[in-house]
Design a protein around this ligand. Structure first.
Ligand code: IPE
Ligand code: IPE
Ligand code: MG
Length: 223
């Protein structure tokens, strides 16, 4: 069983297009799947989850799609906060300062109320980019003892800290790339790509990914 699973929730737009719906309808359907999949992973015994919800590059999308995503985020904050009641530690990876004051306050409140939980660790990438994360960590490190810093010291400065490195990355939607997700953390992750579009992603698809992972031989450079 992987400790830390990263999930690239891709394919919402194509799911909507296939149905003649606006892309925002795909994002709404995808948000429901996000909520359900967290519970599926929890039930299957995964302890650390990082979801890619909005990248540093996704601001390039048309304003109406970005607006729809921000409204969707706002409407899901209550649901996300409720997850804290199940001993879930929730935190957000990415530069929050790009969001409205109201959203920032609520994101910080969710992090605060859940910070002592330790059942499931749930990290949600919002305005997240792996390169921005590494640059931020480098800047934070340079305020300390940079010459003697170890990889562990550096990892502690990443948004995903205190979660361990990623063991498994799942990407739905058929593309075989990381798109700036968990660049540092995925150095030795197993990469699982499926053509299933994110809004169609079900518990059986999670089980298929975990089964595939169980059959991998991980060597970490050894034999
Ligand atoms: C992923 O689905 C969700 C976000 C990036 C916010 P997409 O919106 O990228 O869906 P496709 O890839 O266009 O189908
Ligand atoms: C990655 O998907 C970002 C998220 C899932 C949040 P994209 O749809 O933005 O990635 P590209 O553009 O296909 O690489
Ligand atoms: Mg996409």
């Amino acid at each position: 069983m992987p400790a830390h699973v990263g999930i690239i929730m891709d394919g919402n737009g194509r799911w909507a297009k296939k149905r003649g719906l606006p892309r925002s309808a795909g994002h709404s359907a995808g948000a429901k799947v996000f909520r359900r999949s967290v519970e599926d992973f929890r039930a299957l015994g995964v302890k650390y989850l990082t979801y890619y919800a909005f990248s540093t590059e996704n601001w390039k999308r048309p304003a109406d799609e970005v607006d729809a995503l921000m409204r969707l985020l706002q409407s899901y904050l209550d649901d996300i906060r409720k997850m804290a009641q199940k001993n879930t530690r929730i935190f957000f990876a990415g530069d929050k300062s790009a969001f409205s004051d109201n959203i920032i306050d609520r994101l910080e409140e969710i992090e605060r109320v859940s910070e002592n939980n330790d059942g499931l660790y749930l990290c949600i990438g919002l305005n997240y980019g792996g390169r921005a994360e590494i640059l931020r960590a480098a800047k934070r490190l340079s305020a300390g003892d940079i010459q003697n810093a170890t990889e562990d010291d550096f990892e502690r400065l990443l948004y995903t800290s205190p979660m361990p490195s990623a063991d498994l990355i799942i990407r739905t939607g058929g593309e075989q790339r990381l798109s700036n997700f968990l660049i540092w953390q995925s150095a030795y992750a197993e990469l699982y790509f499926t053509d299933v579009l994110w809004p169609d992603f079900e518990k059986k698809d999670i089980i298929a990914a975990l089964d595939w992972f169980a059959g991998r031989q991980r060597r970490f450079g050894g034999v």
